[in-house]
Write a protein that binds this ligand. Structure first.
Ligand code: SAM
Length: 409
């Protein structure tokens, strides 16, 4: 029994950079890859107390158990998998599952385990799951930290209960309840949050009577894909936020200019860093053959270039993260604007150590059709379900607005 239960301890990975990861239900076609990933973890010895390799039939039984088994795919390859299994056989535990996550060695440190766990968290409630439990070797600090980041707490520890290759291991029990969270539901701090939601709507209405409304409308028409309400909120947050501002995905600079104008209005010294990978943009009236060139030109034309630090690069690249950190120094981020690709979780992960408590968050691509929106939304919902993001509304065509409620790692 102990042997079997210890098999379910997942592979510890430190998640820093997610790529284009797609999570879906596993099928028979995935069994070979699932088995291979599991057997590789068994051979490594550090992630599981299962000592003997398993067969495809062994893993096939999980598929036919009726409990969820999901795979994470990167560019058509199964990069990892997550299974939910009954925690204990007695009826009273039927709404509690034990999670197991394993990641292919070739895809580690790319956010695969995190994405799978977020998927499980997002889908828990509608699957009738009220509690999730994970059993992790105590010395697997990276896994314990990952679970904590996703809202799991230490529910217990079992000293020296596993022994493999003559080494005794302690087991940590990580757990998370789901009875108060529904996927997609707005998790409210009832009074304070409701007050903030109405305050924001009220603020937006007031801006409609001010000159900046017309000014930002002109900026929007020339340089932005975002709704005017969102540009106004970015301007507003830039005026009130304490801390610096980080934007991911400037494109032609519409939101960047709105934030820079807010800084100027605040009369305070705030750093505005924008990260843009560059390239070409095909768009009806905003199209360009050189994003970075036109971005610089637009910032200069709007007379805000002196307020903006442009970092040319991909947000998840270590060099970009290092450049942002260097520019921030000891300062924290008080406003984070995410309008790049679908990997919102990756971008938050990369910069979360710099987020101020209560940091304002503007995250685009939350509503609409298509895979990009589905992935972006899944990231935001998982973080909101974990209590790390607090929603304060949805504005414009597709933008999620809220605050960071996480703690430093
Ligand atoms: C939707 S546009 C941004 C629109 C802009 N915020 C506005 O006000 O109209 C997305 C931009 O993000 C950039 N981008 C996509 N993924 C990125 C990444 N990982 N890092 C940096 N920039 C990225 C694209 O090149 C593109 O210019």
């Amino acid at each position: 029994m102990l042997e079997e239960r210890c098999c379910r301890i997942w592979d510890g990975v430190s998640e820093t950079v997610a790529s284009d990861i797609r999570v879906r239900d596993a099928g028979d076609v995935d069994l070979a890859a699932i088995t291979q990933i599991y057997n590789a973890a068994i051979a490594r010895r550090n992630a599981t107390a299962q000592l003997e390799l398993v067969t495809i039939d062994h893993c096939g039984a999980w598929l036919r158990s009726g409990f969820p088994l999901w795979v994470a795919e990167i560019e058509g390859h199964v990069a990892g998998w997550l299974s939910c299994k009954p925690f204990l056989p007695r009826c009273a535990y039927r709404a509690t599952v034990e999670l197991s996550v394993y990641v292919d060695e070739n895809f580690q440190r790319r956010g695969v385990a995190r994405r799978l766990l977020e998927h499980a968290i997002t889908h828990a409630s509608h699957l009738g799951i009220r509690a999730m439990v994970g059993l992790i070797f105590a010395d697997n600090a990276a896994s314990v930290r990952l679970f904590e980041r996703l809202g799991f707490a230490r529910w217990g520890s079992l000293p020296r209960v596993a022994r493999a290759d003559n080494i005794e291991r302690d087991l940590v029990i990580m757990g998370r309840h789901h009875d108060t969270h529904r996927p997609g539901a707005i998790v409210m701090r009832p009074d304070a949050q409701l007050h903030d939601v109405f305050e924001l709507m009220h603020t937006l209405m007031q801006y409609r009577q001010q000159p900046v409304h017309g000014e930002l409308d002109k900026i929007r028409k020339r340089y932005s894909m975002l709704h005017l309400d969102v540009l106004i909120l970015i301007y507003h947050f830039a005026t009130i936020c304490s801390g610096q501002i980080l934007e991911i995905g400037a494109c032609l600079g519409g939101a960047t200019i709105a934030a820079a104008r807010g800084i100027r209005e605040s009369g305070k010294r705030k750093t505005l860093i924008t990260v843009e990978q560059g390239g070409i943009l095909e768009h009806e009236h905003l199209g360009t053959g050189n994003i970075l060139r036109d971005l610089k030109r637009n910032l200069a034309r709007a007379r805000v270039a002196d307020l903006v630090t442009l970092i040319a690069g991909r947000s998840g690249d270590p060099a970009t993260v290092a450049a942002v950190n260097q520019k921030l120094g000891r300062e924290e981020i008080g406003l984070l604007i995410l309008d790049a690709d679908a990997a919102k979780g990756r971008d938050i992960d990369c910069y979360r150590d710099k987020l101020a408590a209560d940091c304002w968050m503007v995250i685009d691509d939350y509503y609409g059709p298509g895979e990009k929106i589905a992935a972006a939304r899944a990231d935001v919902e998982a973080l909101a379900a974990s209590g790390l993001l607090e929603p304060l509304g949805f504005y414009g065509w597709s933008t999620w607005i809220g605050r960071w409620r996480g703690t430093k790692l």
